[in-house]
Write a new protein. Sequence first.
Length: 73
Amino acid sequence: MTMTSDDVIAVLGPVDKALVAEVIATGATQAELAEAFAWASNDEALIGEGRRLATGRVAALVDLLTSDEEELE
């Protein structure tokens, strides 16, 4: 099922409409977005737990989320 703007905001909080549109365009699920958000927020903790690096849509979402952070710096 395709995510809505509300689904994206439920995971990420208030974000730019362009980012919401990009996230929805990936075709990812809300669970995939939540996983990507966890990776983007604290990848060292997930690696410490022995989790494999993100792949597929989750990896694409991580790239979207971290590129947005890099633009702010």
